[in-house]
Ligand binder design. Structure first.
Ligand SMILES: NC(=O)c1ccc[n+]([C@@H]2O[C@H](COP(=O)([O-])OP(=O)(O)OC[C@H]3O[C@@H](n4cnc5c(N)ncnc54)[C@H](OP(=O)(O)O)[C@@H]3O)[C@@H](O)[C@H]2O)c1
Length: 132
């Protein structure tokens, strides 16, 4: 089993996604810019697994220095994770993917950003205590 992790950002009320993008995309405040930079620094050299909508939102340059893998709901999380023994695997979302993979995530890195606008995807605190 790999070392399974998550690095996510949420708004003040758990806002998580909007129209397939981050709700605060385009915000120029230093917290938002630093969050994106930190995400790419932490995941560099590692594996990122994610659902289709998140996968298509990843900028092209991100594929150069990390292994980004699109996953599907028919694939059992155990089987997906077993493909990466000894690696660090970041679960990259979206919400249904976190719900399915939460029980394997040992380390959560959650950045709470100063955003309080709309969202159509939400963080669920139940992910943090999902039993195996
Ligand atoms: N704030 C953050 O840190 C953060 C992090 C990640 C994503 N997001 C946001 O979340 C949103 C994307 O989430 P989304 O719900 O729209 O789409 P998504 O989860 O990225 O993609 C949806 C697809 O994931 C696939 N999938 C793979 N494994 C699955 C599983 N075990 N259970 C269910 N589905 C699975 C399904 O495709 P198949 O039909 O092929 O199985 C499903 O159609 C975006 O707005 C994105 O920006 C935010």
């Amino acid at each position: 089993m790999p070392d399974v992790r998550a690095v996510i950002a949420i708004g003040l009320r758990g806002q998580f996604g909007l129209n397939g993008r981050l709700p605060w995309e385009g915000h120029k405040g230093h917290e938002f810019v630093a969050d994106v930079a930190r995400f790419f620094a932490l995941t560099r050299g590692h594996v990122l697994v994610m659902g289709h909508r998140t996968f298509v939102s990843v900028p092209g340059f991100a594929f150069e220095d990390r292994e980004i893998v699109e996953i599907h709901s028919f694939e059992p999380p155990e089987k997906v994770l077993a493909r990466f023994p000894g690696r660090v695997v970041f679960v990259g979302g979206g919400p249904a993917v976190y719900a399915a993979y939460a029980r394997f995530i040992r380390h959560w890195d959650i950045n709470r950003l100063p955003y309080d606008g709309e969202a159509d995807r939400w963080f669920d605190p139940a992910w943090l205590i999902a039993a195996r």
